[in-house]
Design a protein around this ligand. Structure first.
Ligand code: SF4
Length: 183
């Protein structure tokens, strides 16, 4: 059982502080809230999914990052974790799941198969999920250990914290989606 002295609070964003007030930018507050409440959608097709199960369990405890609330409904998730070999036949399904997620949404490719096809350099396997959807963080390994998956989530938290609230309506973001034929 943790003592209250063990509990670490998230650092406040940069801002101006005085007696009885604290002022900061909206981007910083929204980023802080989003980064510490990412709701995962596990798209697990093979062995890497087992590592994620360990990441969720008590020893590694993904709840420490505010991400214990798994969602199997794309509309109630904002962090898509793709874990495992994605056959080309499955690629349209993965893309459909991504499209059903509302903005802002982020993607982590967990392990070698999701990132690059892994050892399955063959006609039937998608050679990386970034062929069909944009990816924010790649986690290497076959399989990656739970520590690496947590490291990937922490990397994503840093991206989310520093993302402008206007990014999703920017021409650059629209261009990125257009390059995937996603409107
Ligand atoms: S990267 Fe390795 S452990 Fe992960 S799904 Fe592929 S073969 Fe399995």
């Amino acid at each position: 059982m943790s003592k209250s002295s063990d509990i670490k609070m998230v650092d406040a964003p940069a801002g101006v502080q005085g007696e009885g007030f604290f002022a900061t930018k909206l981007d910083e507050v929204v980023g802080l809230a989003r980064a510490n409440s990412l709701w995962p959608l596990p798209f697990a097709t093979s062995c890497c999914g087992i590592e994620f199960m360990a990441t969720m369990a008590s020893h590694y405890d993904v709840a420490r990052f505010g991400s214990e609330r798994m969602s199997f409904s794309p509309r109630q998730a904002d962090m898509l974790l793709v874990m495992g070999t994605i056959a080309k036949k499955m690629a349209p399904i993965l893309r459909q799941v991504y499209e059903q997620m509302s903005e802002p949404r982020w993607v982590i490719a967990v392990g070698a198969c999701a990132s690059s096809g892994g050892v399955f350099d063959t006609y039937s396997v998608l050679q990386g999920i970034d062929k069909v959807i944009p990816v924010d963080v790649y986690v290497p390994g076959c399989p990656p250990r739970p520590e690496q998956i947590l490291d990937g989530i922490m990397e994503l938290q840093e991206l989310v914290k520093s993302e402008s609230v206007r990014r999703r309506s920017s021409p650059e973001y629209k261009e990125l989606l257009a390059s995937y034929n996603i409107s």
